[in-house]
Design a protein around this ligand. Structure first.
Ligand code: PXL
Length: 270
């Protein structure tokens, strides 16, 4: 059985983070496990404001040794790494990997609606993590940060950003939600690998029930790569799974909602 590791945070509301990743890996019939980097909470008494509680460095290091040295991995997905110190620790561990396993870097920089985690955070992700990525999966905000531009406002700017991100040494980039910049809006994601440019289109679905979408998309890309799909195919199939799930989005509470996982997984099984 193939083993896929997520190095990411716990989302106590269950829609994003390791909860989304492990659910996704299981449905792909992979052995999913995790190294926990941070616990994220949401306060129902304070307008769902986020709390971010990083795990102690020593505890993360011990988990990395257990998972990577002790168990072994066929693929890795990176999610929320909440401090530059944690980013450096993970980066150093990735350098020790032997062989050429697929690595998906989801450069999580914000929780929805919240301020960026740390100013120096984007710099550390850009300089220490992106070069390991088989596919890096930024949203529009994260793509601008990685490319070193203030904002991405058009498809053309997104493509320029994708090219700049490729210069950081990754093998492909999938910028999510580029379709929201187009007229009429679509749910298009932009895939670029240095040779091929592909706008993976889909009808725009107007909902704010998008919590955990980025994590789940990146988890599908990682699972597909682990199963042997090409970078392009892994990304296109991930998008299909997300599209199927978002069609049946649902509310978790009055603040957030997420995609319907079962519908996503039907798309995989077909
Ligand atoms: O969606 C970004 C994200 C990633 N990882 C964790 C989170 C969130 C947002 O809430 O909690 C653990």
């Amino acid at each position: 059985m193939k083993k896929i590791l997520t190095i990411a945070g716990s989302d106590s509301s269950g829609g994003a983070g390791i909860q989304a990743d492990l659910r996704t890996f299981a449905k792909h019939n992979l052995y999913g496990f995790c190294v926990l980097t941070v616990i994220v909470t949401m306060d129902p008494k304070a307008n769902w404001s986020h709390g971010v509680f990083p795990i102690e460095i020593k505890t993360i290091e011990a988990q990395l040794n257990t998972a990577i040295d002790g168990v072994g991995v066929d693929a890795i997905k990176l999610g929320m790494l909440p401090t530059p110190e944690i980013i450096s620790l993970v980066s150093q561990k990735l350098q020790t990997l032997k062989g050429n396993i697929p690595i998906v870097v989801d450069p999580v920089m914000v929780c929805k609606g919240d301020a960026p985690l740390f100013p120096e955070h984007a710099k550390a992700i850009r300089e220490e993590l992106v070069s390991f990525a088989t596919v890096v999966t930024p949203n529009l905000f994260e793509a601008a940060q990685l490319a070193g531009v203030s904002k991405i406002t058009t498809y053309e700017e997104a493509l320029i950003a994708a090219k700049k991100i490729m210069e950081l040494g990754c093998k492909a980039v999938a910028i999510t939600n580029v379709g929201s910049l187009m007229e009429p809006k679509t749910s298009g994601d932009l895939y670029y690998d240095g040779e091929e440019t592909l706008l993976i289109e889909g009808a725009f679905i107007d909902t704010h029930h998008t919590h955990g979408l980025g994590c789940t998309f990146a988890a599908h890309v990682a699972a597909n790569l682990c199963k042997g799909y090409s970078k392009r195919e892994a990304t296109v199939l991930a998008k299909e799974a997300i599209r199927a799930g978002i069609k049946r989005h649902f509310a978790l509470n009055s603040y957030v909602g997420t995609l319907n996982f079962e519908e996503s997984f039907k798309a995989i099984e077909e």
